[in-house]
Design a protein around this ligand. Sequence first.
Ligand SMILES: [Zn+2]
Length: 131
Amino acid sequence: MKPFVKFKEDKQGTTLMFLHPLAVLVMFDMANWCHSRGIEYVVTDTISTLKKDKKLGRQHSGHRDRRSFDLRSWTFSEKEKQAFMNHYNTKYKEIAQISSSDLVSRLVVLHGEGDNEHFHVGLHPRFTVNY
Ligand SMILES: [Zn+2]
């Protein structure tokens, strides 16, 4: 039996227990979209700490607020990347993070360049988990 969601490292699977439930719902919904199109779906990062964010040079708190996760993007074609972002930025507009650059709600954005490129998926700060 194949798992619904694959993680870059198996031990990351346990971090699901700490994520906001809506982030988990979105993660599995996105897996479904990808599986139906034959796109490999890999979660590369989920929750974080301030120490880890500083090390990575992250400018936002989404991962340590337990409302964000990252996805591998190189398994998508350029056309699939656009279709994926268009679909999910419309579907979950009401619960999406706000882009700091233009203040538009976008659930999923492409971050990084070259080998570092990935999808960052984030819920609005009102879904911050701080307990
Ligand atoms: Zn991220």
